[in-house]
Design a protein. Sequence first.
Length: 79
Amino acid sequence: MTTISKGSSRTTPCPRCGHEAWPIAYGMVPPSVQEENPRVVYAGCVMSEEWRPDPATGEPRYGTPEWECQKSGCRHRWW
Ligand SMILES: [Zn+2]
């Protein structure tokens, strides 16, 4: 669960294409907080589990994405 506080929005480069990616916030976020943190993806209460191969072992690992690439056509999500 991501907790958003004022001024906490930060971005990171997408590992796939290098475009700017935004953190994904889950749960109910008041509109005032969203306005203060525009560079955040607000996913609401829908938690989606996705899997990826473990970088070390290749085993599938499940988790909740924390980042979403903002480039249209990429939209890579990872954690
Ligand atoms: Zn990307």
